[in-house]
Ligand binder design. Structure first.
Ligand code: ZN
Length: 432
């Protein structure tokens, strides 16, 4: 189990990060299982295996990929690219190969990043069977003519896709979804920082008593895993009322919140509020249809309100999808700061009250209760308070949270909250 160490924010997160970092993960295979088994030391995860070939909406669960070794030897027999030194050297899902090959032919299978010549790029080919190696551009440029030996000791066979799931039950069956992906090999920020943050978030929520929502945590391979989970849970997915995709949470960059596709849901408001009150630098961006699994959750058929709170956004920092995204680029301390924000968002959601009118057939007669008649009053606040009563009763159908009524009416949440208490006293409103 994780040891509790006081006054060391991030130390425990760091140790989990360091333990998971070396594992060669992909969308399927033993690296995923090993990762999930480590997470299962901390959390009572349910591990699912979905067979290769299973149809999941427009997709098919692919063959399972495993790898043991891979290298390139130069014409003198010296190992110049070695999977065992860095798993990014092999393109993910590379098919097995063992042969002697001329440099010109080899180069067709080599990938580098000319704009970042010292980094090894991260490449995959999940749905087109081929093999490849990734190396620093500097090294690629220095390769001499001759015959090279290439070996990829891998297997691509029918097997299964593995993912982990955890439900922390609350009073309501309505769920908050926290999704992170476990399919990237040795990179710290993209993928792993989200997995580590989600693990500690789950540990923290497990200890909380009286949670209003139930919390579902997914540790899935990106894209195909989210689609697979949705396909297997298409009915129960409707219970997801709010969600966040956790990724890119370990670097030191400012925060970015990517809104849900609808853009004006409770999770959008909660994330913005948490960012404002944390005082950290941040920006907000509307939904865009690339990035991570928010694409699947927000797809029109499901339309789940799932946003994503990140630090530096994927694709925008030089270390992205390369060996530059290593343990010097991320830290447990940064992930701990991200975790604090996630906890605050959850706190806001937990306290965003939903009311239901106890007099929903036509308007309740406020005048006979002495609650109406401030119109023309010298006190402008009295009129706002009266308006607050009307807004609340109009939207108290058991689905609109206080924050939403505040956003619609332009009346601050505090005024609405006191109005709600007044209506409760008059037995016109009940709290759900
Ligand atoms: Zn990625």
């Amino acid at each position: 189990m994780i040891k509790r160490e006081k006054n060391s924010p991030g130390r425990e997160l760091d140790s989990l990060l360091k333990r998971l970092f070396p594992i060669c993960r992909s969308i399927t295979g033993n690296g995923v299982r090993e990762t999930l088994s480590i997470l299962a030391e901390h959390l009572p995860l349910k591990i699912h295996e979905v067979r290769s070939g299973t149809k999941v909406f427009d997709w098919t669960v692919p063959k399972e990929w495993n790898i043991w070794d891979a290298y390139i030897k130069d014409p003198s027999g010296k190992k110049i690219v070695d999977f065992k030194k860095n798993n990014l050297h092999v393109m993910g899902y590379s098919t097995p190969v063992r042969k002697m090959i001329k440099l010109a032919e080899l180069k067709k299978h080599l990938y580098s990043l000319p704009e970042h010549p010292r980094f090894i790029p991260y490449k995959t080919s999940y749905y087109k069977e081929k093999w490849g190696f990734c190396l620093p551009h500097k090294q690629l440029k220095s390769l001499k003519e001759g015959t090279y030996e290439v070996v990829v000791d891998s297997s691509l066979r029918r097997g299964s896709l593995t993912y982990g799931e955890l439900l922390i039950p609350g009073k309501s069956k309505d769920e908050v979804l926290i999704s992170s992906y476990i399919c990237h090999p040795s990179m710290g920020n993209d993928s792993l920082s989200g997995v580590v943050m989600a693990t500690f978030l789950a540990l923290s929520l497990q200890k909380k008593k009286g949670l209003r929502y139930s919390y579902r945590f997914l540790f899935i391979p990106e894209t195909i895993g989210a689609i697979t989970w949705l396909a297997k849970n298409s009915k129960s997915a409707k219970r997801v009322k709010h969600g966040l995709v956790a990724t890119c949470l370990g670097d030191s960059g400012p925060f970015t919140y990517k809104r849900t596709r609808a853009g004006n849901t409770a999770i959008d408001r909660a994330a913005e509020k948490a960012l404002i009150r944390s005082g950290v630098p941040y920006s907000l961006t509307d939904f865009f249809p690339w990035g991570s699994d928010e694409r699947q959750f927000n797809s029109p058929g499901f339309n789940l309100p799932v946003g994503s709170l990140m630090r530096s956004v994927y694709g925008t920092y030089p270390q992205y999808h390369s060996s530059g995204d290593d343990l010097t680029f991320v830290s447990g301390k940064n992930i701990a700061q991200s975790l604090a924000l996630y906890l605050d968002i959850i706190d806001i959601l937990e306290h965003d009250i939903v009311y239901r009118s106890r007099s929903p057939y036509g308007e309740a007669q406020l005048g006979k209760r002495g609650l109406y008649g401030a119109g023309g009053s010298a006190d402008p606040k009295a009129e706002i308070r009266e308006r607050a009563l009307l807004w609340l009763l109009a939207y108290a159908d058991g689905t609109h949270a206080l924050s939403e009524i505040a956003a619609r009416s332009g009346i601050d949440q505090k005024t609405l909250s006191s109005a709600a208490i007044l209506l409760q006293k008059h037995r016109l409103l009940e709290r759900l």
